[in-house]
Design a protein around this ligand. Structure first.
Ligand SMILES: Cc1cc2nc3c(=O)[nH]c(=O)nc-3n(C[C@H](O)[C@H](O)[C@H](O)COP(=O)(O)OP(=O)(O)OC[C@H]3O[C@@H](n4cnc5c(N)ncnc54)[C@H](O)[C@@H]3O)c2cc1C
Length: 425
């Protein structure tokens, strides 16, 4: 079969893949994005996460802008987000956030990628590849019962679970002793909620209710964390926990069913016991289980928790993060939440986006080269989008100028990002 030529092939249309595609296409690359679902956004829409958190330091200094901010502006313009705001977490920490309507985000991403000229293939699953030495020469995509073959100059793996890189023989970072993958969650929409009553629940009462829900087996997580669906009296609840390795097909399938069971049990408890919720019911399940962590690639540099804590500077920094280390344990109802200081930010090196041993591949999204603990800080969406903008920019640069991914000059990527309104440390 004849392979279709393209400059940049992006596997996965989650928030990372979309932003990478926008950056690549706007830099002039003929960009194809392959998404196995029928809409864009990945966890941001399919798992109904509903809020972008981690835009600024605790002191209020912004560290993420660029395409991420453009997406916020488009959501606000459609009345699908109140824009930047703050809330108090169950841990008592004040956090910045942009809540949004996941349905409108699908539309916003369609429009942005369409305007940028990205060729989006929905219902299309990456299914294998052919290597030429360390180069990804061809990639097969299964779409509507047919195999489409692409010959990309550069490939970007934004599939979250890094399926393209696994097929290309990339190495992945192991969990260290005592570490386990963060659990997955089936988000659910519940409403209507009397928010005057719900928001007035005293902190001590809330803690007691959470403890009661955990003891009753109704709340896997000791929290009633929810994000209000803009313009409605419904909230998207994030209280489930399913321990799963999402790269195992049978385990993932069991986890989907388990997540749904948890959601209905939690909703019944919320309706029966939580002030403001007696008139509500579960009105929607997120279309799929939300995966926090799976494969993390072994890149040219591995970002460590010590570097995140120290805010270690690097010459090839392409994005900054300020979100704390936030680990949901796979077992137990608590949260390991490690704040990093008032005006603390950390740098993400371009080398973390380049898989070791491959010549024409980048990672965009949650699977960058970072340890389990460092990933717990970089995984949230503003940072994911900033990283993805750099991945798309670097991929377009390589497609135009040639050479290997490792030879893409960080200075050129940094300059292009600044020109495009991104914040580079
Ligand atoms: C329950 C939960 C709550 C969270 N809460 C927050 C929060 O409050 N705020 C925040 O900012 N972040 C939050 N996060 C983190 C954040 O949502 C994710 O880390 C981020 O969305 C990951 O984006 P991604 O594009 O890297 O991957 P994903 O969103 O996983 O996207 C990967 C995409 O690739 C597609 N794909 C996979 N395999 C293939 C294939 N073979 N072929 C074609 N397509 C494929 C998938 O369908 C998907 O669209 C949360 C995550 C979860 C799971």
């Amino acid at each position: 079969m004849t392979a279709q030529d393209c400059d940049v092939l992006i596997v996965g249309g989650g928030i990372g893949g979309c932003v990478a595609a926008l950056a690549a296409a706007r830099a002039g690359a003929r960009t194809v994005l392959v998404e196995r679902l029928g809409f864009l956004g990945g966890s941001a829409t399919a798992a109904a996460v509903g809020q972008f958190v981690g835009w600024e330091t605790a002191a209020g200094r912004r560290v993420v802008a660029g395409i991420a901010e453009e997406i916020v502006a488009a959501l606000v313009a459609r009345d699908a987000s109140p824009g930047h705001a703050h809330f108090v977490m169950s841990t008592g920490h004040r956090m910045d956030r942009v809540s949004y309507d996941p349905e409108v985000l699908k539309l916003v991403l369609d429009e942005l990628l369409g305007a940028a000229g990205v060729a989006v293939l929905f219902h299309a699953t990456f299914a294998g590849l052919a290597m030429r030495g360390a180069t990804i020469a061809r990639a097969d995509v299964l779409a509507r019962g047919r195999t489409l073959t692409f010959a990309p100059r550069v490939a970007v793996d934004a599939s979250g679970d890094l399926e393209l890189l696994a097929a290309a023989g990339a190495r992945f970072l192991p969990l260290e002793e005592g570490e386990v993958l963060q659990p997955a969650t089936t988000m659910f929409r519940f409403g209507p909620i009397d928010y005057a009553a719900f928001d007035a629940i005293p902190a001590a009462t809330l803690r007691a209710l959470c403890a009661e829900g955990v003891a009753a087996g109704a709340l896997p997580r000791a929290a009633l964390h929810q994000s209000r669906a803009p313009g409605t009296d419904d909230g998207w609840f994030n209280v489930g926990r399913v321990a799963v390795d999402s790269t195992d097909p049978f385990a993932l399938s069991r986890a989907e069913a388990d997540g749904r069971r948890q959601a209905f049990a939690a909703a019944a408890f919320i309706r029966a016991r939580v002030p403001g919720c007696a008139g509500g019911r579960l009105t929607a399940l997120a279309p799929q289980l939300g995966i926090r962590e799976s494969r993390r690639v072994a890149g040219l540099h591995v970002l460590t928790a010590d570097e995140v804590r120290a805010g270690t500077a690097c010459a090839d920094a392409i994005a900054a993060g300020a979100y704390p280390i936030d680990i949901h344990p796979a077992q137990g109802a608590g949260l390991r939440f490690e704040t990093l200081g008032e005006d603390h930010a950390y740098a993400i090196p371009l080398r973390c986006l380049i898989p070791a041993g491959l010549d024409n591949a980048f990672v965009a999204g949650r699977g960058i080269s970072a340890t389990h603990t460092a990933h717990a800080a970089t995984r949230v969406m503003p940072g994911t989008m900033a990283i993805a903008q750099a991945a798309g920019t670097a991929a377009a640069w390589q497609a135009r100028h040639g050479g290997s991914a490792a030879q893409v000059p960080a200075a050129a990527v940094r300059a292009a990002l600044v020109d495009a309104g991104a914040i580079v440390p």
